[in-house]
Unconditional design. Structure first.
Length: 207
């Protein structure tokens, strides 16, 4: 099995995957992504969200730092005890993880808004929109298959809840019209019948 990590040496998310690779003894090739304003998924090894890092293996590509780290661990020949986010049952530890991830995401936004000129900032906005559309197109095509692979005896999954909240929020905040995403709308329509969904509709809080 061969591994290639695409990202940037200056990226904290990329560094996470590279640290994991070294700690797990997994050899890899590193490919820098130079144009962070590119709107071509080909520049991100096919990641429709136009985000890094990406891991390319003989079996296909993995998107995002956590996904990549899990795949590296599965192929490691070293027996290393790893605590994943879902293993954080202590309140302080779980909150620490959440704030670290939120801080990293906020930092990326602040960095990208300092690109220097209006044209670059407009390109970043265009890229974000293309990223959103690419993600929705991918989910439209693959969410049913993803859900079919979940345990049939489940009561609930984070994937279902987060997908429902994500897609319905786009319409609520008028980010874009989701009418053309028939598969996603069918999923959301079914999930919306749950009591939990009916009891937690989006609204603007009044002071």
């Amino acid at each position: 099995m061969s591994f290639r990590i695409a990202g940037r040496s200056s990226s904290h998310n990329t560094r996470i995957t590279r640290v994991f690779a070294h700690e797990l003894g997994v050899a890899y090739r590193f490919t820098p992504i130079f144009d962070m304003l590119s709107q071509s998924s080909a520049d991100y090894l096919g990641n429709p969200a136009l985000r890094l890092p990406i891991l390319e293996t003989d079996d296909g590509t993995w998107f995002g730092a956590l996904n990549i780290c899990r795949e590296l661990a599965r192929h490691s020949k070293l027996e290393r005890a790893i605590v994943w986010p879902e293993g954080l049952t202590d309140r302080i530890a779980a909150n620490a993880q959440e704030l670290v991830l939120q801080g990293m995401a906020t930092e990326v936004s602040l960095i990208m808004t300092k690109l220097g000129n209006a044209e670059a900032q407009n390109r970043y906005a265009d890229k974000n929109r293309q990223s959103l559309l690419g993600s929705l197109d991918w989910l439209e095509a693959y969410l049913p298959a993803a859900l079919s692979r979940l345990p049939s005896e489940r009561a609930l999954s984070y994937l279902e809840v987060s997908a429902f909240c994500f897609v319905t929020h786009l319409e609520f905040r008028q980010i874009l019209d989701t009418a053309s995403y028939r598969t996603l709308n069918a999923f959301c329509g079914a999930f919306a019948q749950r009591e939990s969904a009916r009891a937690t509709g989006y609204a603007f809080d009044a002071q």
